[in-house]
Ligand binder design. Structure first.
Ligand code: ADP
Length: 308
């Protein structure tokens, strides 16, 4: 195999209470990438479509992630990367993670899969560090493993795949403004009170139990964020209205997707998820805010090869 074409999915990180540890993989939104084996050693980015991003491999997360992988294995050939962006950078649905995971997944496939999924996440984290200044894996893990994932720990990296209830659907609204992950991190407080921490870990435990038990009521009760959302939501226009209308229209819960500005809602059933999406869209139409809207089932497969 000399080249591979990949669907690299968008992801929702945090999922309300799980700041930096929980994520889920979307099915209908994602980038396309082509990775090609070439005789010249090293990594080159030869095509970028759909976004204005650097071709310099040290400034593009795909290049940084690919180089991290190639540091761990000797090859006497190199790779060219083509990126066809459908996920806008800075949208909060894992645009940088899609590029970083696409690069390492594609190269690993072309090399005959020498690395495990966890190792691929580890290499891709180098890319995320470039995009956001920190080595988080909450978008990378669901992109590579699919479904819902928990990053239980970073030292060593410990990723747990969580059950995906069959009828769970996601609605995502993306206002066309950019919030850099780095800026959204800077707004956060460095300490939390014990009272808030107790509420938060109760909800994390509840959400994970709800996902495994396929208990939609429990999922709904647990979709709260006492720590990050109160600070970050001020960066998102109309956030409280979006959340309120989503819940009024049947969503189990709603919150900030990753570091925003996208907002997600989880619903039981596609019809409800569509109704929720429509209601959130009305909020932005009334506020005259340009936006994109997605309804997706949860992609349990994650990143994948597509027909060449
Ligand atoms: P998102 O949550 O949508 O991934 P981030 O803020 O984490 O947004 O990442 C976007 C930042 O990463 C932007 O500053 C962008 O220029 C930079 N970046 C570098 N390479 C890429 C890439 N291949 N895809 C997306 N963003 C990239």
């Amino acid at each position: 195999m000399e080249y591979i074409q990949i669907f690299s999915p968008a992801t929702v990180a945090n999922i309300s209470c799980g700041f930096d540890i929980l994520g889920l993989c979307l099915d209908t939104v994602g980038d396309k990438m082509i990775i090609r084996k070439v005789p010249e050693k090293g990594v080159r980015i030869t095509r970028i479509e759909g976004a204005s991003l650097p071709f310099d491999v040290h400034k593009n997360v795909a290049g940084v992630a690919a180089l991290a992988l190639l540091k761990a294995i000797e090859t006497d050939f190199g790779f060219e990367i083509e990126i066809i962006k459908k996920i806008k950078p800075g949208s909060g649905v894992g645009s940088s993670a899609a590029s970083a995971t696409g690069a390492v997944y594609g190269i690993n496939e072309l090399l005959g899969k020498p690395f495990s999924k966890s190792e691929l996440v580890q290499f891709a984290m180098e890319g995320e560090k470039l995009a956001s200044g920190s080595m988080h894996a909450d978008n990378l893990a669901p992109a590579i493993f699919g479904g819902f994932t928990l990053v239980r720990g970073y030292d060593p990296l410990d990723i747990i795949s969580i059950n995906t209830p069959k009828e769970l659907f996601v609605s995502v609204i993306h206002p066309e403004i950019e919030i850099k992950t780095e800026e959204a991190r800077a707004i956060l407080k460095k300490t939390v009170s014990l009272k808030k921490a107790i509420l938060q870990w109760g909800n994390v435990g509840g959400l994970i139990s709800g996902l495994f038990l396929e208990d939609y009521e429990l999922i709904s009760r647990s979709l709260h964020d006492e720590i990050v959302e109160p600070h970050r939501s001020i960066l998102i226009p109309g956030f409280n209205d979006l959340k309120e209308t989503a819940i009024q229209n049947g969503a189990l819960g709603a919150g900030i997707s990753g570091s925003g500005p996208s907002v997600f809602a989880l619903s039981k059933g596609e019809k409800t998820a569509q109704k929720v999406a429509d209601s959130m869209s009305i909020v932005y139409k009334e506020l005259d805010i340009a936006h994109k809207i997605y309804v997706s089932k949860i992609n349990t497969e994650g990143i994948k090869k597509i027909n060449q």
